[in-house]
Design a protein around this ligand. Sequence first.
Ligand SMILES: O=C(O)CCC(=O)c1ccccc1C(=O)O
Ligand SMILES: [Mg+2]
Length: 316
Amino acid sequence: MVLRNQRLKSRDGLLVQLWQDDQIGWGEVAPLPGFSQESLEQAQQATLHALAQWSQGASLSAVASAFSALPSVAFGLSMADAELRRQLPAEVSLHSAPLCHGDPDELYSRLGALPGDGNGNKVAKVKVGLYEAVGDGLNVTMLLEALPDLHLRLDANRSWAPAKAAAFARYVAPELRSRIAFIEEPCTTREQSLEFARDTGIAIAWDESVREKGFEVHAEPGLVAIIIKPTLIGSLTRCRELIAQSHRAGLVAVISSSIESSLGLNQLARMAAWLTPDVVPGLDTLDLMQAQLVRRWPDSPLPLIAEDQLEPIWHA
Ligand SMILES: O=C(O)CCC(=O)c1ccccc1C(=O)O
Ligand SMILES: [Mg+2]
């Protein structure tokens, strides 16, 4: 796939498995190229170092929290720790907002079959900003008109200049706009995105902004949600802090994928059911993969790479 103008042919990462007493805890450490600052080599070095400390008695959640400069490491270790301590709830319904791209016909049948949330609403996510803004506007209008219980999350990844964002909005009738749950980062700058929200009445969410230096969660007119990608954010403690800050500011926190394996996605779904129970997470990225890893995602037809097929790197 192409991610931020970079070709990504395989998704590489580490799985950590901890044993303590009769408990097992897994974690996934998988920096995402183009998004994570740390390389897989750095992540591996730090992970091995942390595991050595843990096997000598250090608290893993403390070790994990210390890796704030290596969020993928902090996240993976703290998930393994959370499983060991049975903090993460066991299997839950893995409902997530489907990521829609491509063929409108397939999209309609997929969305038609979608389960509703507690309020009977369907939630799906559509990437915009890749082609013409007007085409995006027409496509969104078509979907919202065809499916009256559909609410859309859109994601522009900061790709629109203000004029493009305005062109998009011109093709979405005002009465449809309230069924755009939010659009993630419509414009190049935060100021432009806030202006877009003010001018169009279309709600926005921060995603990239959350990972920028000096970002602080606070309510702003038009802002409704904060996207949290734990592999890019860090430890469970840091994620919980961000979620709590979002809730205090009256914002929705949406836990979302950084293209983890089925194992990582499974944990994110359980984390979402625990920490953001009323919000559908954004985890529909497994079909980018050719296989599942160790743990299955329900209903996925992909073959499973089992534990004994992993390539061992280090064993305590
Ligand atoms: O948020 C989702 O629903 C899916 C995840 C997703 O879109 C994504 C995944 C990896 C990197 C960037 C993004 C993004 O939000 O643009
Ligand atoms: Mg996004």
